[in-house]
Design a protein around this ligand. Structure first.
Ligand code: PMP
Ligand code: GLN
Length: 387
């Protein structure tokens, strides 16, 4: 995790955000919205801070499992959207963002030498945490342009002795919502070899055409699957760092045994607000997906009219563009020049894969569309200057 000179190596997101700031570029690199989530939720958090202990104030340690009100709300939300039947006392753990849920789950379930399979490209923290746990990281490739994992690759990667399979749907960075067929293949293979599943579903409410399919809803998955959610994505409050893990009681206990020594408990005032947010009506959640779909349409059209070949993201914050259509070979080198030369930041997809896979992704850039429409329109203007 350190650079060659012993200094801390910033994540690719931090690195390109810093470059964007330095050059006043539009930051379509790091995925965060430029509009905050609901005012009402901010007021609830504020009230929980302003009030005194014993009088609605939540400034002292929250319970280690999470505020009961939030755990109840997570259970109701999972029942309402996915028909899952969870117990707030046994099947739910609140974490400091999904990031802590990923860390605590991997540290709880993976021992040195254990095989862990992820899709590739993969969210950067999976590889870091598998490394910290001493696991052996194998991948199932998702290849441009449709990014659908091949059944034979799933079967070949999830071998006997695999301890954990990390699924991510909707997927960062590709914007893919994995098909039922792919999820069934992964689950049946995991069941065959006795592997557990960690399913990162932080973009669950940002599926553009139709309902999100949770891994835990696939036959045979529930008893072996931990599922991750995040208020950051669902409520456009990425700085609040409220996430949750749901799943079988014995797995949640294992994850909690690690979480208690990572953070012990997570911020109470933010949890109180998110508890209210999860109870919003269906129209609120549909509105989030509609807003993101509009952003996708603006950005994808702009990238295409600039001459780039672009995938069709079905969900989430991101679109992938192939810069080889403009004659560029090395998207990574381009990503470091774009903030200064074009006034736009984007992330090279090669940052989300293992070094030996990088050649399959070397001409791809990830652009975020979780931005205001006027910002995306300005980005569209700047993209016209691409040679
Ligand atoms: N998983 C994925 C796939 C993500 O994209 C992100 C955030 N970008 C996270 C986890 C982390 O979520 P949080 O901010 O809640 O820690
Ligand atoms: N999840 C965000 C992304 O993929 C970034 C979060 C981070 O900076 N760690 O861009």
């Amino acid at each position: 995790l350190l650079g060659a000179d012993g200094s801390i190596k910033p994540t690719i997101f931090e690195e390109l955000t810093a470059l964007a700031l330095e050059h006043g570029a539009i930051n379509l690199g790091q995925g965060f919205p430029d509009t905050d989530g609901p005012e009402e939720l901010k007021r609830i958090a504020e009230r929980s801070i302003r009030s005194a202990f014993g009088d609605g104030g939540l400034n002292q340690y929250a319970p280690g499992l999470g505020l009961p009100a939030l755990r109840d709300s997570i259970v109701d939300h999972q029942r309402r959207f996915y028909g899952r039947d969870l117990d707030a006392g046994r099947n739910v753990l609140v974490t400091t963002g999904a990031t802590e849920g990923i860390a605590a789950s991997i540290l709880a379930l993976v021992s040195p030498g254990d095989r862990v399979v992820t899709l590739s490209p993969f969210y950067d923290s999976y590889a870091a945490m598998i490394g910290l746990a001493g696991g052996e990281h194998a991948t199932v490739g998702m290849r441009w342009p449709d990014f659908a994992p091949a059944d034979e690759e799933i079967d070949a990667a999830i071998t006997a002795g695999t301890r954990l399979v990390i699924v991510n749907t909707p997927h960062n960075p590709t914007g893919t919502a994995l098909s039922r067929g792919t999820l069934e293949r992964i689950v049946s293979r995991a069941a065959e070899v006795g592997a557990l599943i960690l399913s990162d579903e932080v973009y669950e409410h940002l599926v553009f055409d139709g309902p999100h399919l949770p891994v835990a809803a696939i036959e045979g998955a529930a008893e072996r699957t931990l599922t991750l959610g995040s208020a950051g994505k669902t409520f456009s409050l990425t700085g609040w760092k409220v996430g949750w893990v749901t799943g079988p009681a014995e797995l949640i206990t294992a994850v909690r045994s690690v979480k208690q020594f990572l953070s012990y408990s997570s911020g109470g005032p933010f949890q109180a607000a998110v508890a209210q947010g999860l109870a919003y009506d269906d129209a609120y959640f549909r509105g989030q997906a509609d807003r993101l779909r509009a952003g996708r349409d603006v950005l994808v059209a702009a990238l295409r009219s600039a001459g780039l070949t672009v995938s069709d993201p079905a969900a989430g914050y991101f679109a992938i563009a192939d810069v080889s259509s403009l004659g560029f070979e090395d998207a990574s080198a381009l990503a470091y020049r774009l903030p200064e030369e074009l006034g736009i930041a984007a992330i090279p997809v090669s940052a989300f894969v293992q070094p030996h896979e990088a050649r399959h992704y070397s001409s791809l850039l990830r652009f975020a569309f979780c931005k205001r429409e006027d910002v995306l329109q300005e980005a569209a203007e700047r993209l016209k200057r691409l040679p």
